[in-house]
Ligand binder design. Structure first.
Ligand SMILES: Nc1ncnc2c1ncn2[C@@H]1O[C@H](COP(=O)(O)OP(=O)(O)OP(=O)(O)O)[C@@H](O)[C@H]1O
Ligand SMILES: [Mg+2]
Length: 1049
């Protein structure tokens, strides 16, 4: 499509937004003194070349054009563009606004006196309710004195002030410790043993003398020899070819390493390939060290690498960022997230692989490699945000994964990094890892607390409370009484001090609160200043959201004209990506978000405001606080970043406690929720043949983090293992390896039990004797649970559902199969994710056909139930479980019928992000059921059915688009456009020129097009490798045949 055509097509949309924006604008300008009529050209600039012009893009990315600067601040340089892997929209947008930004002269702290002119009473009652629905009680008195008065209560009677201060200075500023510390695992262990003999505690880390200890040790010839063996050097850049250094500059804009990065890359642990944990404050530059290590493993040691990251969005960002390195250095990058990544991966003989994976998928990948007896293909595992090992649920998955990697003893090095981990010593004990910490931040972060109108700076070097919490100023934004009532926290004033010239993140405690605060801000901030900032790009953004995501949320429609957005999981991935990209390019300058953004997305800010010290209902922890404030003061964003935590009087004491507290410890969650995590670990190690007797299991479980923390958590690990084994035998998940289990056995007995028992003979009849070396294995249901990646109790429940359905499966539509898929993730009430809406359910029931009713009827739902549903407007009652599940089935049916997702979300009154979550959860569930059915003979007929469902839900698209959907950043809409422009296969994309490709897809930058081409090339490289592999095999077969024929003759 030509640019002209595109513009013509978009004109009505522009006008649509223009109207909306204009009505907002008119409303506000009516009240301001310098109100001026707005011309249509504001919304539809005639010569606007910002969007589709690809002017000098190469210059932008190569950084040769001194004029170009990122929109965040006048000091930002082009590195920002190179660092952030934007998705699509604004890759080529920055030029025309760069000068505008550079010339912006509004200094910080100078606020227009516009707040007193805003009349909040012009809002309708509904809007007031909508916006201020959870505003805090503004009548509460709060000021510096109130805050300081609460602080001494924190001081323990036994601890002197100076002692507590020294602790404060340790934890408050960096989240970890000051200065450089390096401790080998062995030294830490021996000190721990000594410490535990004295006071039963693990040793604290002490600063070490670098020159005398660490390096002197390393200089020994033996270790030098070891280094040469482990890292055949390929060049002078930390053993890598110089080309890598150039690539780092080209793609990341980094021309030299920080001193700590050099130090870290020269650590004895690195040189001796020992496990290592390194911990530095947020924004310290940890990723680059990990990337150099990974490249070294791939290029020098020629082994594959598994890089574990906590969120799918970050995995995808990293895949894009590493692709140019892969193309240039001839290795493969593979994404492993929910629907992506083959397990086990196809063996690659020629090229090495960098697997970038989410925690869950990384664990599945490793299991598949162990199962295929190929774990040695991995040489290095890197785990980012290692503190997540302490998180409920996936923390257990991460711990189990790392335990297995270590237990394998397959010479796989583990490197972990984190900014916020309070018990490095324990994690070091768990991973047999050396520890390196350093209190380094490239950009200063100034932390403030706002108490009423007073702003106090946190000064960790202070000796008294007054010195620690230093009053810096009192805010006075000249609010009118109405605005004061509406915004008692002065959010709009604080935001306006920073934005729109610089970017600002406002952390809110809940999703609803994010939307409310965004609305509030868009009502109160200076209309003129915020509205005029990058107007045309904001219209482009709104169009993109409308066109590509199919809908623009009503709240965003109101806030985006002012460059303000909200960001939480209620938005779809595409919507979030657009918002993130627009923010990175300074088009959106304020994002109201939940704490997940802090860890989930790499979005920097000049100022971070924490609206209240809560995450959901819970009080914030120091770890969460540090993660949030760490978004400010990142490299490339000027001299300093700042964070402001707003506290109310009632929370003062708790805020103090939080700031004074040591950094959160990462505690094992293997034994939580009836030890489900440990049980799943045991199931998988038996399934993988890593352990098949109690002795092995005890050894394995004693190498977990749980075992390191057993004392503190008061867990008797061996007893726990035995209890789990008993349950597994009782439930017939385990059986003896060499002989059939006795049919009447009701329990298992250990040798110890027998010794304690008075009537051995009687017991032996009823019981099964399991000594330390008795070998056992999984039964088919045990195998099914292991393969499906669930605990065996869940496997039994699903087994029962499938067995019952086998008798009377309804195959006239997909509904019954979808019902079984939905069951996979169901909780007891079937209302996980969201409950059914009785009114909508009734409406759907009455409009559906006999086909639908067949399933309702089979589940016991009659006309009478329907009448009751309509009358009570509630799904409560004996059928609530079934109805909650049916609701999801109806939704998924519409998805499979290709109803546009925004329409589906609207129809069933759920958020689009939640719908997307349901779809991806159901895709994963369908493929898990396939794996489960493969292990159970009686379910042979289910396998193809669920494979089909899995495919249908995952793709929701037409067959011919499938090859294109393999590419990252290509969803249905883009695939359709590419297809229409003649790009029908991966080969077509790989051959394309970036400019041509970018022009053929709406809202796609040249940068994204380049990344897409790189990804296509990587897919082709993989295919080529497989073909060569197959050719090799065939050749071998033929030559073997010839040899045997020759021998015969
Ligand atoms: N040597 C360097 N010179 C200049 N910039 C650098 C250097 N190393 C890293 N950076 C930049 O610093 C920024 C922060 O780096 P990175 O994301 O690795 O931080 P981090 O330590 O992982 O922080 P977090 O704990 O918040 O994830 C990035 O934009 C990165 O490109
Ligand atoms: Mg990081």
């Amino acid at each position: 499509m030509s640019r002209k055509q595109t513009n013509e097509k978009l004109t009505p949309l522009y006008n649509k937004h223009a109207k909306r924006i204009r009505s907002e604008q008119v409303q506000s300008t009516k009240k301001t003194t310098d109100a001026r009529p707005l011309s249509e050209s504001i919304f539809w600039p005639e010569n606007d070349a910002s969007f589709f012009s690809h002017v000098n893009l190469e210059e932008v990315f190569s950084g040769q054009d001194g004029v170009v600067s990122a929109p965040f601040s006048s000091q930002t340089n082009c590195k920002l563009f190179q660092n952030d892997s934007d998705d699509s929209l604004f890759g080529d947008m920055s030029l025309h606004s760069a000068t505008q930004t550079r010339n912006a002269t509004v200094p910080n702290n100078v606020i227009e006196n516009s707040f007193n002119e805003i009349n909040i009473t012009d809002l309708t009652a509904a809007e007031v309710k909508d916006i201020f629905y959870d505003a805090d009680d503004f009548t509460e008195v709060q000021n510096t004195q109130m805050f300081l008065d609460a602080m001494p209560l924190l001081k323990s009677p036994n601890v002197s002030l100076s002692q507590s201060m020294s602790f404060l200075s340790k934890s408050i500023l960096d989240g970890i410790v000051h200065g450089t510390q390096y401790e080998t695992y062995e030294a830490l262990k021996s000190r721990t043993i000594m410490a535990s003999q004295c006071n039963n505690e693990l040793a604290e880390l002490d600063p070490l003398d670098w020159q005398t200890q660490a390096f002197a040790e390393f200089e020994s010839t033996k270790q030098q020899q070891q280094l040469n063996d482990s890292f055949p050097s390929k060049g002078s850049f930390y053993g890598l070819p110089d080309k890598v250094k150039r690539l780092i500059f080209e793609h990341k804009g980094i021309d030299s390493l920080y001193e700590w990065q050099q130090e870290c890359l020269n650590l004895p642990a690195i040189k001796q390939r020992k496990n290592l944990i390194y911990a530095l404050p947020t924004s310290g530059g940890k990723t680059l060290v990990a990337e150099i290590l990974m490249l070294r493993e791939i290029l020098c040691r020629e082994r594959n690498v598994l890089f574990i990251l906590p969120y799918v969005s970050i995995v995808q960002e990293k895949v894009s960022a590493m692709s140019p390195f892969a193309i240039a250095m001839d290795f493969i990058v593979d994404e492993y997230t929910a629907g992506k990544g083959k397990c086990p991966p196809q063996p690659q003989r020629k090229r090495r692989c960098l697997f970038i994976a989410s925690i869950e998928k990384g664990a599945v990948l490793m299991d598949s490699l162990i199962d295929a007896e190929r774990p040695h293909e991995i040489g290095l595992v890197v785990v980012d945000e290692l503190h997540l090992i302490g998180e409920r649920g996936r923390g257990a998955t991460l711990e189990a994964f790392l335990t297995k990697v270590m237990f394998l003893n397959a010479n796989i090095q583990i490197v972990g990094m984190s900014a916020t981990i309070g018990n490095l010593n324990e994690i070091s004990m768990f991973l047999n890892a050396d520890v390196y910490t350093r209190g380094f931040r490239p950009v200063e972060l100034k932390e403030y607390i706002k108490c009423g109108k007073d702003i106090l700076q946190i000064n960790s070097a202070g000796q008294t409370m007054e010195e620690i919490f230093v009053p810096t100023r009192s805010v006075n934004f000249n609010y009118s009484p109405a605005v004061e009532r509406a915004d008692p926290d002065h959010l709009a004033g604080l935001v306006s001090e920073c934005a729109p010239e610089n970017c600002c993140l406002v952390f809110c405690s809940s999703r609803k609160n994010c939307e409310n605060v965004a609305l509030l801000l868009s009502r109160i901030v200076s209309k003129q200043k915020f509205f005029e900032h990058r107007q045309s790009e904001k219209v482009d953004l709104m169009n993109a959201l409308d066109n590509i995501c199919g809908v623009l949320s009503p709240v965003l429609a109101k806030t985006l004209p002012y460059g303000i957005a909200y960001h939480h999981s209620g938005l779809t991935t595409d919507e979030r990506k657009f918002i993130e990209t627009a923010y990175r390019f300074g088009v959106i300058t304020v994002i109201c978000c939940t704490s997940t953004l802090a860890a989930g997305v790499n979005l920097p800010a000049k100022r971070v405001i924490i609206r209240a010290p809560y995450v959901g209902q819970e009080f914030m922890t120091l770890c969460k606080y540090k993660q949030m404030v760490g978004r400010a003061g990142r490299a490339g964003l000027g001299d300093a970043g700042e964070s402001i935590l707003i506290t109310q009087n009632k929370d003062n004491l708790k805020v103090g406690e939080m700031l004074f507290s040591p950094m959160d410890k990462a505690l094992s969650s293997l034994e939580q929720q009836e030890a489900t995590g440990l049980q799943t670990l045991i199931l998988s190690v038996i399934g993988l043949n890593l352990a098949d007797c109690r002795r092995d299991l005890n050894r394995l479980v004693n190498s977990t983090l749980l075992a390191v923390q057993a004392g503190a958590l008061e867990v008797a690990v061996d007893d726990l293992v035995l209890r789990i084994l008993r349950d597994m035998f009782k439930n017939k998940v385990l059986k003896l390896k060499d002989s059939a289990p006795k049919s009447n056995c009701s329990d298992i007995m250990t040798t110890q039990d027998i010794n304690q028992s008075s009537s051995h003979a009687a017991s032996l009849n009823r019981r099964l004797l399991i000594s330390q070396s008795t070998r056992f294995q999984l039964t088919s249901i045990g195998c099914a649970a292991f393969k499906a990646g669930i605990d065996y109790k869940r496997a039994f429940a699903i087994h029962n559902e499938l067995q019952q359905a086998q008798q009377r499966l309804i195959l006239s539509s997909y509904m019954h199969l979808l019902y079984l898929v939905v069951c996979f993730n169901s909780n007891e009430r079937g209302d996980e994710l969201f409950p059914a809406d009785a009114t909508i359910l009734f409406r759907e029931y009455t409009t559906h056909t006999a086909k639908t009713h067949a399933l309702f009827a089979q589940l016991g739902f009659t006309e009478a139930h329907a009448a009751r549903l309509a009358k009570t407007q509630s799904v409560q009652g004996p059928l609530s479980l079934q109805l909650n599940r049916l609701y999801k089935v109806l939704i998924l049916t519409d998805v499979l019928d290709l109803l546009p997702l925004p329409e589906v979300a609207n129809k069933y009154n759920i958020e689009r992000g939640t719908l997307q979550h349901l779809i991806s959860q159901s895709t994963a569930a369908a493929s898990a059921i396939v794996r489960l059915c493969e292990q159970i003979d009686e379910f042979w007929c289910y396998k193809p059915l669920f494979e089909r469902i899995n495919h249908k839900i995952d793709r929701c698209g037409t067959l011919e688009l499938e090859p294109l959907l393999e590419l990252p950043a290509v969803k249905i809409n883009r695939a359709k456009q590419l297809y229409a422009q003649g790009f029908r296969t991966i080969e077509d994309v790989a051959k394309a020129r970036p400019i041509t490709l970018a022009k053929s897809v709406e809202f796609m930058s040249v940068k994204v097009a380049t990344e897409m081409i790189s990804a296509a090339k990587i897919i082709l490289m993989k295919k080529l490798d497989h073909l060569e592999e197959a050719t090799e095999l065939l050749k071998n077969c033929l030559s073997n045949q010839e040899t045997s024929q020759n021998t015969a003759t």
